[in-house]
Design a protein around this ligand. Sequence first.
Ligand SMILES: NC(=O)C1=CN([C@@H]2O[C@H](COP(=O)(O)OP(=O)(O)OC[C@H]3O[C@@H](n4cnc5c(N)ncnc54)[C@H](OP(=O)(O)O)[C@@H]3O)[C@@H](O)[C@H]2O)C=CC1
Ligand SMILES: C[C@H]1O[C@H](OP(=O)(O)OP(=O)(O)OC[C@H]2O[C@@H](n3cnc4c(=O)[nH]c(N)nc43)[C@H](O)[C@@H]2O)[C@@H](O)[C@@H](O)C1=O
Length: 312
Amino acid sequence: MADIPFELQGRRVFVAGHRGMVGSALVRRLARENVELLTLPRSEVDLRDQTAVNAWFARKRPHVVFLAAAKVGGIAANDKLRAEFLYDNLAIAANVIHAAYVGGADKLMFLGSSCIYPRLAPQPLREDSILTGPLEHTNEPYAIAKIAGIKMVEAYRSQYGADFISVMPTNLYGVGDNYHPEYSHVVAALIRRFHEAKVSGAKNVVVWGTGAPRREFLCVDDLADACIHLMKTYSGDEPVNIGTGEDITISDFARLVATVVGYIGGISFDPSKPDGTPRKLLDIEKITKLGWRAVTPLAEGIALAYRAHLDR
Ligand SMILES: NC(=O)C1=CN([C@@H]2O[C@H](COP(=O)(O)OP(=O)(O)OC[C@H]3O[C@@H](n4cnc5c(N)ncnc54)[C@H](OP(=O)(O)O)[C@@H]3O)[C@@H](O)[C@H]2O)C=CC1
Ligand SMILES: C[C@H]1O[C@H](OP(=O)(O)OP(=O)(O)OC[C@H]2O[C@@H](n3cnc4c(=O)[nH]c(N)nc43)[C@H](O)[C@@H]2O)[C@@H](O)[C@@H](O)C1=O
């Protein structure tokens, strides 16, 4: 088992998914760590391809792996592309975790998600509530694949003594988010919709669902900082939640985004669209005790994400 604190300096660090929102934030944050960064475009190796993944790991032998590659999307993408969310995420997790073990990586971090917890688990969601009840239907395939990744990490730790860990980020937003009109998460969807309404002078913007669900939102640059902190300081079986410890209803959140964007028209709700999990607030006691907390206030983070969206 590696010593704590774990040194990143001078090591070959592979960020899987470096072009994504999380992976690119990790690359920005790692620029302060004096590491040898390894990245791998999907055009070169599709991480679902076991043979290609094994060959790449055998050649490059990364010391450290951040597994931030995944098939990712908002509630509609998860609900409609159920086969892809299950297959892609199972294959990516299985291939990368196993290849990191065979290739002798010193440490690996697997990124799960707050949606792995049971739909009606007690709030705030503690790490030990995993597998204590039924999952939310809209993202069950994604959650099952992520739970398989978490269990691989646990099993490779216990059987092989590999220093692999899992983290559970809450809902993320920020630079590099996906603004697909149907398949994005709520933050990007609302930034885009309110901006387009402001520009066109539309009188109303429709927000999906009832507006009643509660979500916790974390800026991706805070998440990247938490991942580096945990890579250096945490080595344990249980996943670690990464969040702010605060949540907000979707209706209040929609008003906040409208204010940040400068949209002054009406807002209505479409209850024919799914609400998803009623509430997802992470218990952050563990990461707080490990010495980390989020620093970006929500309104400030949304303003930052909006500016980045306009600059694209
Ligand atoms: N966004 C969120 O709100 C949350 C995200 N997470 C987790 O964080 C991680 C990153 O998410 P995020 O950055 O938002 O997602 P993105 O969709 O922004 O990025 C995903 C990355 O994975 C890569 N990828 C996907 N499939 C493959 C494949 N078959 N082969 C190679 N590369 C692939 C993509 O490559 P390409 O650029 O070529 O498409 C992209 O770089 C995921 O594990 C996700 O579960 C957890 C909680 C919340
Ligand atoms: C990160 C997490 O992301 C997914 O879960 P989710 O938390 O439900 O994510 P979401 O951002 O898509 O929605 C949050 C809430 O917001 C409401 N909502 C309103 N209006 C829009 C809207 O326009 N788009 C979207 N997407 N949602 C909207 C929406 O109805 C829901 O009540 C998981 O599938 C899973 O993949 C996962 O890990």
